[in-house]
Write a protein that binds this ligand. Sequence first.
Ligand code: BGC
Length: 346
Amino acid sequence: MGICSSTCKMLRRVKYVFLLLLTLSVLAWFSMFSGGSVKSALAPSAATKAVIKRDSMQDEANSGTSKVVRLITPTPIVECPKESPLLQGAVRLNFEPSLKLKEVEVENNQVTEGRYQPSSCTARQSVAILIPHRSRERHLLYLLYHLHPFLQRQQLHYAVYVIQQAGNATFNRAKLLNVGYLEALKDYRWDCFIFHDVDLVPENDKNLYICDKQPKHLVVGRNATGYKLHYKGYFGGVTAMKREQFRKVNGFANTYWGWGGEDDDLRIRVELQKMKIVRPPADLARYTMVFHKRDSGNEVNKDRMKLLRRTTLVWRKDGLNSCKYQTISVDRLPLYINVTVDIGKP
Ligand code: BGC
């Protein structure tokens, strides 16, 4: 009985091993020919697949071959430090006559369709840089050349929008900036907007392109004015306002055609809302103005004083809420989003 039971046990074990092997080979055969559930049970999960895909796309992005992936790159969890370790302070500006757009693109290959975000930390603010423009290609090139690395050293999530006025009607900087604000918000809920003249290049990267609790004026001094504040209430050149601050003042007036006045008008709007303009220290808020002659189509606006006298009466109905325009095209170029717009005429 004892011998028989041990033989039986052995036979039973052999039988189990045989059955196990049989099951495994059936499964293997099934998975090879069906391509169905067995295969998928052994395959990576959807989540794993997404990670693999993301990683390989990231590799592609880093090698500079992909243009889309930056926008789907997951945001890192760690917040960027208050003061970026990449800042250099005063930087030497370079206005090399032979500079080409392609070179600026190559040097900024982490920028995709005008947009960038740091890969090692989450930026503290998302900032849209709005540049009104018409026929100033050279100035734009110098600005892009300096501004992209400057903003990256500040560890910002940002995008550059160039708003081009179509046609030959008198230039209207303020209305173009209203258009830029409205168009940029179609892409992303930016926290902060920088209204930036095309011919002003920042000299010190500690002049931070972020918004404060109050509207901020970034050009305390420029070479053309001996690095002194132009006049007490000056609020032109480069200014930074939070999305809500700009909304609260109803944006810029749309009615300033030609040079001058629109920035003073914005200051009045800000003051009417009991906000106070703040400025960074004068040794940081320094700009070089790229020399140019007055553009044709942007003559001094002789009516500007008259317009400024009625700001308190009209700001509620002349501004973002009455900004009518026709978008002709939105081109997502490597270094900026080019919005060409018909804003009408005076
Ligand atoms: C104009 C402003 C301009 C400033 C500085 C003022 O007279 O009204 O629009 O920014 O001069 O040039």
